[in-house]
Ligand binder design. Sequence first.
Ligand code: PLP
Length: 397
Amino acid sequence: MSVKLPEQTLAWGRSRSCIRELAEYAARRKAEIGAENVFDFSLGNPSVPAPDCVNEAIAELLTLDSVSLHGYTTAAGLLSLREAIAQNLNERFDARMSAYRLYVTCGAAAALAISLRAVLLPGDEVVVLAPFFPEYRVFAEASGGALKVVPPREGDFQLDETAFAAALSEKTKAVIVNSPNNPSGVVLSRGSLERMAEILRAHAGKTGSLPFLICDEPYRELVYGGVEVPYVPALYENTMVCYSFSKSMSIPGERIGYIALGADMPDWQEVYVSVMGAGRALGYVNPPSLFQRVAERCIGRIADVSQYRENRDLLCSSLRAVGFECIEPQGAFYLFMRSPEPDAMAFSERAKRHELMLVPGDDFGCPGYVRIAYCVPASQIERSRGALALLAREYGL
Ligand code: PLP
């Protein structure tokens, strides 16, 4: 007799992430031939240290009363942390944010899962712009929604307005944007976001319902060359921001982030109540108590990301020098490179023969490209140049 389990959770549990598989393969190869001979660009794990403030805050916090330090907090997060976040957003973006529009979460992943759970009804559609973070599909489907994927604009990966407008339907409840983007490194321009806002408002004029715009922003502060990352709630009223300290403070394992409901969101109090209900339904109880206090003490402090910028420049020039084409990365720590053959999976397999771990774009809804995560020591990029040249030569570049 075999136990009956839900098909959906079985399917999610079984489906292997291409990224994890490649990272595991890289680990095996490192054990076999030495880490210095493997060029592992698979994982998006920060490679720069957390700002000093993080360890200092932890040391100081550990001298406090252990019972209250490690105890439960309010589900929405400590009021003092939410006040500090609101003040930070107001100083930087004139956001008109308040602690009562903020809900602290276990990183952006929980923020996204909770936001979708809070707004979706069964059968609702969630529009996402390709390339997109593969977990969106799981989070949306777990809340009864279905993804609708919009391809990027050829050439610069900004908004394809026509394709976006065509993807909207009576069932559209939310749109997810991720900028700076994983996996392309592209930052959506103010123009793209303004057009998106106009299209969504026009859609609401026809259907009577204004979709939520969910902004997934773990890479907000990882931008290079003074590129603007617009504050989206100022451009579109029905915006919820899903933020994370994982990358800005290099603390992804500590699980801390938040949901912010924009200052002009209609019915925000109702939405906030639903966010609290969703957090409860998903069993989060409260975000980590120690790291709420760390985040409060370190708010506004960012890890030194200059290494990512140097890596980006080195990688771009190395790839272009041997004939590969890539999308100009402006932020995050990923580069999206066009596969020289249409099948990016086949290209990734061929790259493995040169000990290069490049993630095919198929899982991100963007076949024909590979993702290169450059949150690695610069020496790895230097050492990989010979292998990249050999790979390029195989394609006659
Ligand atoms: N969204 C995107 C686009 C990401 O790349 C990641 C993590 O890599 C997440 C969300 C989840 O981040 P967190 O660690 O904050 O849960």
